[in-house]
Design a binder for this molecule. Structure first.
Ligand SMILES: [Zn+2]
Length: 265
């Protein structure tokens, strides 16, 4: 199918979804970097201008941005959710999140959660370099502590950002338990939520995450999350990436937000 036809289908589905007012469960937005890079280098990046647009759209569109904790309480206990509930999450802890995204979040007074690889804090995204992505700086401890003071929660994403399905059982256990411990020791509070690097999750990984004492864990699978329909250790997210840049990207963001809420149901 040519590009033009693909867009036509997107627009038709989009118009249908824009008129569809239902929103089921809670959607967790899944961002990585917030910068101006494009192409392969910027595959996991959203431009600051587009990120600001997304946040304004949530506000104008009547979405309720809630803390991750509230979403997990709904998914584990069935506690009440506000209508059109959305959570904002970031993986990896890029410095550009601190510099570009958080001032925008602060303007809206939105809570958010950042998942960090605790052994890479203050370094760069070494794990992405062989994929052709740009080398990006990661936040240091001082910045993480500043965020915590401002209502942005930081949670573990392993120690060295490894795909947990590809390592030994001993390494898997160490990556999961040590990242939790390091963060809890440093921040002086519980760190009960985890996100799987590179979508690396299977039954053994989930078992290890449960054993380590986590209450919930986040994947990169697309879809909304409804009480008793989604496993709290395989919470879905809506990835927001390079494709969501510019006019068409913003339209796609709006359409996906609607679509995400309906899938799976
Ligand atoms: Zn990651």
């Amino acid at each position: 199918m040519s590009r033009r036809w693909i867009w036509l289908v997107v627009v038709v589905i989009g118009l249908f979804l824009l008129l569809h007012r239902s929103h089921f469960g809670v959607i967790v937005l899944h961002y990585h970097a917030i910068n101006e890079r494009t192409g392969k280098e910027g595959e996991i990046a959203v431009r600051p201008g587009d990120f600001a647009w997304h946040m304004t759209y949530l506000e104008k569109g009547g979405y309720n941005v809630i803390p991750l904790k509230q979403a997990v309480e709904y998914l584990t206990e069935g506690s009440k959710l506000p209508p059109k509930a959305v959570v904002i999450s970031f993986d990896d802890g890029y410095m550009d999140n601190y510099e570009k995204a958080f001032p925008i979040l602060k303007n809206h007074d939105y809570p958010a959660t950042v998942f960090v690889a605790t052994g890479e804090i203050g370094g760069v995204n070494r794990w992405d370099l062989d994929k052709g992505f740009a080398e990006l700086r990661l936040m240091d401890w001082e910045q993480i502590l500043t965020l915590e003071d401002q209502g942005i929660t930081v949670m573990p994403h392993t120690v060295h950002h490894v795909d947990l399905t590809t390592v030994s059982q001993a390494r898997r256990k160490a990556e999961i338990t040590q990242s939790k411990k390091v963060l809890e020791d440093r921040l002086g509070r519980e760190a009960p939520y985890f996100s799987y690097p590179d979508s690396g999750v299977n039954d053994e990984v989930v078992e290890e995450v449960k054993k380590a004492g986590f209450e919930a864990a986040f994947t990169s699978s697309f879809g909304t999350n409804m009480y008793e329909k989604v496993d709290p250790y395989r919470i879905r997210r809506m990835p927001v990436k390079e494709i969501h840049k510019g006019f068409w990207g913003r339209l796609l963001f709006v359409i996906e937000l609607k679509l995400c809420s309906l899938y799976p149901f």
